[in-house]
Design a protein around this ligand. Structure first.
Ligand SMILES: N#Cc1ccc(Nc2nc(N)cc(-n3ccc(CO)n3)n2)cc1
Length: 288
């Protein structure tokens, strides 16, 4: 399961905003290591809405993240329960959510940076697929940036996939509709039937976000219009880069069986990277 953390060992600092069921705060956790006090920066996700199946799903998300470890998976230290407050204690990831970062950077992020991030997400997707674990909430807002990456000094970005949060299987239909176009169409119809393929659909949506400056797809559409988007089997606007558009389209296939495996996604991303250099300087990859 996960470690229970004492409330008195936590300190809530500034508020960093809210998720759909949670408020998030920067904070610190105190441990006694070899007899000395040690403070660790943490991100505290405080669950509001105290109805039961919400916090069960919240705990499930936390225990999922604590049972598996991978360099691109967020580290969850544990849970703290205090009166009616349920708090998930996570490692504090330095640069926060990817969607906000991309919006702030407004298009000044190189294509190779975006491809690097996409490849890292495909790797953790492959890791989860091999463990037969469905994340269920892959999106740019749930990708956290641990290292910015700066091509001028040769460092690359480093992302961590956040916890899946409350599952759409227990949220109301309105929250599920709000997760269009990240939530796979089949999950909307029958949440309990979802399989691994639903993460491939969300991967496609996240790829779209990464290459569209972190803009939210279908923004401004109300829940009914979002539902019609699925009813009419519509697709997101294609990026100019046709190979990328093909990959996004294959991930966002309405028939789950037609979506690529995570290995297929990694293969296609690798081919994209070479064609990316092709675009920039045809001679370059000749020497690679
Ligand atoms: N300015 C700023 C700033 C904000 C947050 C962080 N760090 C962080 N660490 C985590 N473990 C999780 C998150 N999240 C942020 C949204 C969500 C929704 O899931 N998570 N942010 C770093 C800088």
């Amino acid at each position: 399961q996960f470690q229970m953390i004492r409330h008195e060992d936590l300190r809530l600092e500034e508020s960093l905003g809210r998720g759909s069921f949670t408020r998030i705060f920067k904070g610190s956790k105190t441990d006694i290591r070899e007899g000395e006090r040690q403070n660790t920066d943490v991100l505290l996700k405080v669950l509001d809405g105290s109805y039961k199946n919400c916090w069960e799903s919240f705990f499930e998300a936390a225990s999922l993240m604590s049972q598996i470890s991978h360099k691109h998976l967020l580290l969850v230290y544990g849970i703290s329960v205090h009166r009616s407050e349920n708090i998930m204690v996570q490692e504090f990831v330095k640069y926060g959510a990817l969607d906000l970062f991309l919006r702030k950077k407004q298009g000044s992020v190189p294509v190779s940076w975006k491809l690097d991030v996409a490849k890292q997400l495909a790797c953790v997707l492959n890791f989860l697929e091999e463990k037969k674990i469905v994340h269920g909430n892959i999106s740019a807002k749930n990708l956290l940036l641990a290292r910015e990456g700066d091509s001028s000094i040769g460092t690359s970005p480093f992302i961590k996939l956040s916890d899946p949060g409350i599952s759409v299987a227990v949220t109301g239909r309105d929250v599920a509709l709000d997760r269009i176009p990240w939530v796979a169409p089949e999950v909307l119809e029958a949440p309990e039937t979802w399989g691994m393929e639903c993460d491939k659909w969300s991967f496609g949506t996240t790829l779209w976000e990464i290459f569209n400056g972190g803009k939210a797809p279908l923004q401004g559409l109300d829940p009914q219009q979002k539902l019609m988007f699925y009813e009419n089997h519509e697709q997101l606007p294609s990026p100019k880069w046709t190979e990328l558009a093909d990959l996004i389209g294959r991930c966002m296939e309405y028939d789950p069986a037609l979506r690529p495996s995570s290995r297929g996604i990694i293969r296609q991303l690798n081919s994209l990277i070479t064609s990316d250099y092709e675009l920039l300087d045809p001679g370059l990859s000749a020497h690679a």
